[in-house]
Design a binder for this molecule. Structure first.
Ligand code: B4P
Length: 186
């Protein structure tokens, strides 16, 4: 099974993708995790990405698309995957479709976690206290939500048009949400 997880920042994409990948044996690829690791180690990619991430903006498409192209070419995704945090712009979504067509990979579902802004602010402020992520301050969270609406939300319609979008109610306990996801992707 090949899946994409969509949803605003703090919607639980990472939380749920890790659980599902483990339960059904899929590769979990989070572009946010890859970027944070690159920033930590100080690679070229990390140096280029850091400022964008700290401001709550998206890292430029060419850098991210390159990263995913390498993954697809490596064959690591051959036995099923969850893409978490990619695509996030229409150019990324269209490039992904091209990459999949070239490599004869099918996308089964795009799972959208639906969560309201008040809940998102609450969750991310909670994470800031625990993990201290540089992009979890109130101003940056608001910017990330704005960026999501402008740049990422159009992707929902793109996958709806391909009849693979499945919207899941993303509020509730992590266990309750996981049960909802298992019903459509378990
Ligand atoms: P991400 O790492 O993808 O950050 P995110 O959108 O905040 O999602 P995350 O996975 O961390 O949070 P989750 O919803 O699981 O991206 C970070 C940055 O990297 C971006 O802003 C951008 O700059 C850059 N980037 C990444 N991908 C990119 C791309 N494709 N193109 C360009 N730039 C890119 O969970 C959040 C919190 O909620 C956690 O603390 C969790 O414990 C909590 N939570 C989860 N489920 C809950 C529940 N049911 N109830 C209560 N709390 C819950």
């Amino acid at each position: 099974m090949n899946l994409v997880f969509l949803g605003p920042p703090g919607s639980g994409k990472g939380t749920q993708a890790i659980r599902l990948a483990e339960k059904v044996g899929l590769v979990h690829l989070s572009t946010g995790d890859v970027l944070r690791a690159a920033v930590k180690v100080g690679t070229e990619l990390g140096k280029k990405a850091e400022g964008f991430m700290t401001r709550g903006e998206l890292v430029p498409d060419d850098l991210i698309i390159c990263l995913i192209e390498e993954k697809v070419a490596s064959g690591d995704l051959k036995s099923g995957f969850i893409l978490d945090g990619f695509p996030r712009t229409m150019p990324q979504a269209e490039s992904l479709t091209d990459m999949f067509t070239k490599n004869k990979i099918g996308l089964d579902k795009a799972i959208l976690l639906d969560v309201g802004d008040a809940e998102i602010l609450k969750r991310l402020k909670g994470r800031a206290e625990i993990e201290g992520r540089a992009d979890d301050t109130e101003d940056v969270i608001k910017n990330r939500l704005e960026v999501y609406r402008k740049q990422t939300q159009p992707i929902e319609d793109y996958y709806r048009g391909q009849s693979i979008l499945v919207a899941i109610e993303g509020e509730g306990t992590p266990d309750a949400i996981f049960e909802r996801i298992l019903k459509v992707a378990g």
